[in-house]
Design a binder for this molecule. Sequence first.
Ligand SMILES: Cc1ncc(COP(=O)(O)O)c(C=O)c1O
Length: 388
Amino acid sequence: MTTPPDTTFSPRLSQQVQRLRPSSTIAVTSRALEMQRSGIDVLSMAAGEPDFDTPAHVVAAAKQAIDAGKTRYTQVQGIPELREAIAAKLKRENGLNYTAEQVTVGNGGKQSLFNAFFALLDPGDEVLIPAPYWVSYPEMVRFAGGVPMAVTTRPEDGYRLDVDVLKAAITPRTKLIVLNSPGNPTGAVFPEATLRAVAELAQQHGLTILTDEMYEHIIYDHQHVSIARFAPEHTLTVNGASKAYAMTGWRIGYAAGPLPLVKAMNAIQGQSTSNASSVSQWAAAAAIADSREFIEMARGKFQERRDRIVAGLNALGLPTPTPDGAFYVLADTTRIHADELEATRIILDEARVAVVPGTDFLAPGRVRLSYATSLEQIGAVLERLKTL
Ligand SMILES: Cc1ncc(COP(=O)(O)O)c(C=O)c1O
């Protein structure tokens, strides 16, 4: 005898997972995909990834790794060759002194960030995050039991952080400051003086800094500065291969910092996903060892596209500050509709352009456009927006 199916049963989901908020970015992307599938020609400015192919020498390194049978489990924290290449890169490009043991490799920067939040946060710990921010920070913080605290930055300041505002947000529960410069979605680059002041605050208040430097190479007329130079014992530097070397699908990210923190992150990864893909690790080692030519090519193209889209949007009465880095702009769409979700819908339905509402980034009245796309597409998008 079999028990009849209980159609009323549904697994009881954890409180933790119920705290996760669905991303409005994904909602827009799926709506745009649906429209495309039904034959409507939608131009997407929503993607968060470079449109270039992974450099040839990186692809060649991956093929070589497969042929050489580098297809087995690796150390949880990553192969020594990659961690040594990362430590050498951090020295060469960022002026940071880390041993390979202080480096941990994850399945994308996302996993390194996730491991870091879980390694650092106890329930109720507060995390200061300059806003507008990348949507995954507050979600990961909440998931780890922490409390995300937005620190406002303003478009009229180019979204650069005011250290006095950050300082005023510190409470006895504050444990961590998240920095992301150049930033997604603002493109803001924090000046060295700001980074020095934040480092000093962390030292005075016994805080840890998590700096996400994913967009360090996509920077215009500025020099990237790593905050770990000023307070290495307080800082975890997170970076990855996705944006710098057009390797989003390879899923390689990394973090470097104080050994006890890195070891804690390794322990979390060891009980969850283990090592990042062995083949991707060999590819990333080749990318990190030398990709200067590719980086310069990409930066030049991104700068041309930034200049075109910023000028075009401002000319259309959609005020858009000029970002100093990354490949996103935040356009003020209140002329189209006061509510950015409604503006996003109008832009999609009437101009057939997919953008991301600023809602989840804490950028009210604005939408994010990614210009990691051809100049031709940017031109076509601006033509379509003219109709609104
Ligand atoms: C600011 C920022 N950090 C981290 C990531 C994650 O990158 P990945 O997991 O591909 O390394 C992204 C991707 O969009 C990002 O924008």
